[in-house]
Design a protein around this ligand. Sequence first.
Ligand code: TYD
Ligand code: MG
Length: 453
Amino acid sequence: MKVKTIFYCTDCGNELLKWQGQCPACRAWNTIVEQPKEGRSKKNEAISFGTRPKSVAKRLSEIADSEELRFQTGMCELDRVLGGGAVQGSLVLIGGAPGIGKSTLMLQICDNLCQFATVLYVSGEESVRQIKLRAGRLNIHCDDLYLLSENSLEEIIGTVHEVKPTILIIDSMQTILTSKSDSMPGSIAQVKQCTMALMELAKGEGITVFVIGHINKEGSIAGPKVLEHMVDCVLSFEGEQHMAYRILRAAKNRFGATNEIGVFEMMDEGLAEVPNPSEMLLSGRPSATPGTCVTCVMEGIRPVLAEVQALIAPSGFASPRRTSNGIDYNRAMLLMAVLEKRGGLNLGGHDAYINVIGGLNLGEPAADLATVLALSSSLCNKPVPDDLAAIGEVGLTGELRTVNALSQRLSEVQRLGFTKCMIPARNSGTILDIPGLQLISVRNVREALATFL
Ligand code: TYD
Ligand code: MG
């Protein structure tokens, strides 16, 4: 029997022959949708296949040396995440939840891009009038920006050949559709075909293409994950719904590191860059209050200070409630077990809530020590000194392990006005003195707790 339809996971693009409740590849629930199978060998394709110019393999030495050409987008935080500016002829995908500020970011960079390039901004979601209104609100007056409100890929490519832009912005990939595929807009087949065509534009004509992609939890539309392998660069724009701060991360970058972050704040007149995230994350920190401790994590090559908060309260339930926000739940449970066994604290019978301020996610073990201090400070109701920061990984025997880039972290700690920093004893011999910063080296959790409890 010939298969007429095929099933896809809208999250990861995994193909299946039958419907399932859970995707076996990415384990997401309710993301499998049915799609008509695309005919593979059409007659005209077979003809064009024979007449295509043959590509010739070249030796590495025969290829001319040329640096990738980069240009600045005018937003330092975006340039940083892109690896020092956008690369000419690359395809950059910007993913994020609806309403996070993707269109705003793209429109804002147009202001600078228009000064040296021809920019075409295509929106499948808003009319040109709406975009003009938004541009007014953002204080953008680049008269040379070309706007187009269009859904059809063929029309867009037609306009590209007419306007000949050097930079093309597509808002958003889920609203663009091609007549070559008869599936719904936003479906995997459509999104893949359109991205493929845009990739050809980027590589063939050297146009830099920025594509916006929505991520939605229900998975009713194909997310940027499906396209990750096709494009050069995947940036994800994240943020808490009720907070003004937005973090831009590179999930994939063919032209730079992926561990860089850019921080923005959503204001009334658009996104503002936050060149100093540590200051932002520490603003409004309570003083002389139990249950909070500051640590320093590396986001890319940038040290960032973060405040870990913990609340320990007697539990009214047989099995206490434990939640963790910003620190991996299992890591938090491990640290609590270490505190109990090696630190001699009795956490059983207590609810524990852990939170990292600012919606930051601390994936680094260097935040362990601060988490442990915040937890014990809340339990014993004794504040960690305000001018003390803590950096170090905690092992299962309660020992403190070394962390990398300690000198950089300590400079940042000192720059933000801290006078003391707790570090693993093993690290203390290897770092230079930082004026104005007293280092407290500790060997294990017990020693760490003894300094302030
Ligand atoms: P938008 O860029 O339209 O989001 P996306 O394209 O990712 O869906 O941003 C929409 C949100 O940003 C909206 O909730 C309003 C807010 N916003 C501001 O707070 N200030 C502004 O200047 C603009 C343009 C938007
Ligand atoms: Mg938008």
